[in-house]
Design a protein around this ligand. Structure first.
Ligand code: 3H9
Length: 723
């Protein structure tokens, strides 16, 4: 593969794309200067057109081309999402889509074969670029991910993906990918027919050139054989295609209650485009892309992309604070939470010691952790030896052996201050001075916990959410004495295990539970007033929450809710009065789903069967009151929003950004509303204040607007002035 000066031509060293002709193969290397990832920006599009023009002109002895990235970890991360913020109306998005389509059509129509050599993320417009190539080779690296995540941004693929993917892998498989935004590693992408070969990283370029040569000579035919035109075979049987789309539509509506326009529009674009020539299908795509890109839903989801990325990359620690590497973690308390924390840590390559007092309890925790790891590994189609390597990373113990090597300790014992104090002291006698001492408490102030410690500067809250392997947030709580390196290391640990960390200051309920509490308390009050269980849940799922508040009571456990409610009521007596309803439920032995008895009834399989009508007699409130859905939504929703603003006002939150990320990722605040602060900006602080004042008049001072909200309303201020 020797490259000689005469064969090699470099467009410009600082250009986002470079083309070298090596042994008759044009190697197109992507490396956007000054960007952490390659994105399809105006500059990249222009540079690619330049290169395609040269290839079309011929004359350089080029037989085939390979597109490869020089950026570690990404091939192409898709369109530049930053540019979406500048779209003023549908025409801007439509133009951007057409520009992308034009480039990729030109790539697809080259007379020479092209090979996408993918190592790292090929997402959105990145995968669409690969789909326009003749052949795709991906690496087996864990960082290689292929997918079309556009619906998660409130849009649809806009550079040909809605037309090319179904034509390549079929309707049902492509809808599954586009509706969920799921990302596949190289091997899974091959089994779905998206890539043709999977190779180890070091040989990617060599193998891509080999494939390019073989395609040029005719020795190799593209296997995934792009079926041009509509998908052939079984999916075209009379009735079947309609059935696939009907089922998909039903799935979307039942999951989203029609609150997200993008997935429904995606189905329409794919269905209508299937029997059309590619160009006509692309027309539909561009129009829909333009319209969706300026919806409020898309703007909110783009906001969440940037806020969550920033929360991951920008911890609030003094400049120059360096985190310690986290390779060993010890978890104390092998219950459901402890086992979950052990599993997610091991999955990210960390060696874990899982300790409980009794060997049987430790063994039980180990089994739970391993079961979680196996379930997740099977979903990723890992090989048996890889699964064994994963599960071997967790070791159970009833003693403190091996703790001296731990970089981070996560204490996850029962929620009781004196128990936690005792455990903390014990742990400290087995670890060094440079170990982070984290507590997975959800209610106990961290400063209170740190009182028992000989090294309070090492103590920090690491609040995981249940179930740990599914919930994306890690709430990190510092007390005034926490050392910056401890915060930085905890943040790095959270990021390493795939969580989005936010750092907040110590306060009762921290951030997530603090804003959830008044919302839950208000739901209980409405029950007492005679609103039905179903009306309450339905109102909030229609507002966009994944489950309603009454279901959430049952899921969390009524005893747990009761305890947390009392702690919060003690701290914020004016607005979080504990409800009699919860006390009556617990006194009746109703703990929620965990004992099959709560606000709902449960079948033998543990599945919810319906509201338990006998609850109304128990709580002394028959469902008699008609409260409009909007009023329920305002009473609950604004309680949470107002409380979120108070936490920013008090300095519990470092930023509105963290508040939005925490509410969406920790407690299911509807993502398409962007988080409580983005919501206030969207509807306007004046509007929120007016609605709160109306509620205050009708129901009392707990609805009094936060001072910061009043200031924003009076001054026309925004939490995100830059939009
Ligand atoms: C699309 O493609 C539409 C097309 O169909 C049609 C168009 C016509 N744009 O996450 P990280 C930044 S829609 C702009 O920390 P990682 C990110 O903000 C797009 N910026 O790294 C961060 O900036 P900063 C579909 C982007 O290694 C930095 O890069 N694609 C973009 O953990 C590092 O990011 C997606 O939705 C972007 N597309 O993960 C993929 N991507 O340093 C979105 C990243 O200032 N991206 N940045 O904080 C990702 O999923 C992850 O960033 C990725 C890397 C997996 C690529």
């Amino acid at each position: 593969m020797a490259t000689t000066l005469t064969e090699t031509e470099t467009v410009a060293s600082a250009a986002p794309v470079r083309m070298d002709v090596e042994d008759g193969i044009a190697v197109i290397r992507l490396n956007q200067p000054g960007k952490p990832v390659n994105v399809i920006s105006a500059g990249l599009v222009e540079a690619m057109h330049g290169i395609l023009g040269r290839l079309e002109a011929g004359g350089e002895g080029v037989r085939a081309a390979v597109i490869i990235s020089e950026k570690k970890g990404t091939w192409i991360a898709g369109a530049d999402i930053e540019q979406f913020k500048d779209f003023k109306g549908p025409a801007d998005g439509e133009t951007a889509s057409r520009e992308g389509q034009k480039l990729l059509n030109r790539l697809e129509r080259l007379v020479i074969p092209t090979v996408a050599a993918i190592d790292g993320a090929a997402l959105g417009g990145g995968l669409e670029t690969a789909l326009a190539c003749t052949y795709r080779i991906a690496t087996d690296s864990p960082r290689t991910k292929l997918g079309l995540p556009e619906v998660q941004l409130g849009i649809i693929p806009g550079a040909g993906g809605t037309a090319r993917l179904p034509r390549l892998i079929g309707i049902a498989a492509s809808l599954d990918l586009m509706l969920t935004g799921k990302q596949l590693d190289g091997r899974r992408a091959r089994s779905q027919g998206i890539v043709d070969e999977v190779v180890p990283v070091p040989v990617l370029l060599r193998e891509a050139k080999r494939a390019a040569n073989d395609l040029a000579s005719g020795k190799l035919k593209p296997k995934g054989a792009r079926r041009r035109g509509s998908p052939k075979g079984v999916e075209n049987l009379p009735g079947l295609r309609g059935f696939i789309f009907r089922k998909a539509r039903q799935g979307v509506v039942s999951k989203t209650h029609g609150l997200y326009p993008a997935p429904l529009r995606l189905l329409e674009v794919v269905e209508r485009g299937l029997d059309k020539p590619l160009d006509a299908a692309l027309e539909l795509e561009a129009k829909a892309f333009g319209e969706l890109a300026v919806t409020q839903e898309a703007r909110s989801l783009v906001h969440l992309f940037f806020t969550s990325t920033a929360a991951k990359n920008d911890p609030p620690v003094p400049e120059g604070t360096r985190p310690k590497p986290v390779d060993h973690v010890a978890v104390v308390g092998a219950g459901f939470m402890g086992a979950g924390i052990a599993a997610v840590s091991a999955e990210s390559g960390i060696e874990v010691r899982l300790k409980d007092v009794k060997p049987e309890a430790a063994a039980k925790g180990l089994k739970t952790a391993r079961d979680t790891l196996i379930k997740r590994a099977k979903r990723k189609k890992l090989k048996p030896y890889q699964i064994t390597a994963l599960t071997d990373r967790v070791e159970a113990t009833a003693a403190y052996t091996g703790f001296h090597t731990a970089d981070v300790i996560v204490e996850a014992v029962f929620e009781d201050v004196s128990l936690k104090h005792g455990v903390l002291k014990e742990i400290e006698s087995h670890i060094g001075a440079d170990t982070v001492l984290g507590s997975n408490t959800s209610t106990i102030p961290i400063a209170e916990l740190a009182k028992a410690s000989a090294r309070p500067e090492n103590v920090i809250g690491l609040h995981f959410f249940s179930p740990v392997d599914k919930m994306p947030l890690l709430e990190i709580i510092t007390h005034p004495g926490t050392a910056p390196w401890v915060t930085a290391t905890s943040h790095a640990y959270g990021k390493k295990i795939g969580k989005t960390p936010i750092v907040v200051n110590d306060s009762p309920g921290f951030y997530a539970n603090r804003i959830l509490s008044p919302y839950m308390a208000e739901a209980a009050l409405l029950l007492e007033e005679g609103v039905s269980i179903d009306d309450l849940d339905r109102a909030m799922t229609r507002w966009g929450y994944p489950v309603g508040p009454i279901t959430l009571y049952d899921e969390v456990g009524l005893d747990v809710a009761q305890k947390a409610g009392k702690i919060m009521a003690a701290a914020f007596a004016d607005r979080m009065k504990p409800s009699q309803v919860i006390d009556k439920m617990v006194a009746d032995g109703r703990l929620g789903r965990k004992n099959g008895k709560g606000f709902f009834t449960y079948g033998d399989d543990g599945k919810k069967t319906g509201a338990d009508e006998s609850v109304y007699a128990l709580i002394g409130a028959a469902p008699r009151k008609q409260v409009s859905r909007e009023e329920i939504q305002d009473r609950l929703g604004l309680m949470m929003v107002n409380e979120a603003v108070r936490t920013l006002e008090e300095g519990v939150l470092h930023s509105a950004r963290d508040g939005d990320v925490g509410a969406v990722m920790g407690i299911g605040f509807p993502p398409f509303r962007g988080g409580p602060f983005w919501y206030v900006d969207t509807v306007g602080a004046q509007d929120v204040v007016a609605r709160l004042k109306k509620l205050e008049q009708a129901h009392g001072s707990r609805f009094a607007p936060a001072k910061m909200l009043l200031d924003h309303a009076a001054g026309g201020k925004k939490f995100f002035p830059e939009g």
